[in-house]
Design a protein around this ligand. Structure first.
Ligand code: FES
Length: 113
């Protein structure tokens, strides 16, 4: 039974486009299509654990792919907690998976909690 795909390419891109960009992920070059989100590119490259849960320290992977679950948080060009599923990969982008549990409080305040 044929079905129509629910995933759509980003505006300005076409299915089967061969263009790719180089993204530095944890220091390694990863080629991915700019026609899909950064989260999709990471998953396609086999990078599934993009952050660590602050509850239980378990590895987390992109889940909803539409900006709702916040499971896809990564550091992009030095800015932490960026939703990879809402970002288009760009040449030279530096992505770091978040291996430590995030902390919303500055370090001095966090010591007193
Ligand atoms: S995968 Fe759910 S917010 Fe990004």
């Amino acid at each position: 039974m044929a079905s129509k795909a629910l995933f759509k390419y980003l505006p300005g891109h076409q299915a089967g486009a061969s263009a790719s960009v180089s993204v530095l992920v944890n220091g390694a070059v990863v080629r991915m299509s700019p026609a899909a989100s950064l989260a999709a590119g990471l998953l396609a490259a086999g990078i599934t654990a993009v952050r660590v849960s602050p509850v239980g320290q378990g590895a987390r992977a992109p889940y909803c792919m539409m900006g709702v679950c916040f499971e896809c948080l990564v550091d992009i060009n030095g800015r932490p907690n960026q939703q990879a599923c809402l970002i288009t990969p760009q040449d030279g982008m530096e992505v770091t998976t978040m291996q430590a549990a995030p902390c919303a409080l500055p370090q001095q305040e966090a010591k007193h909690v």
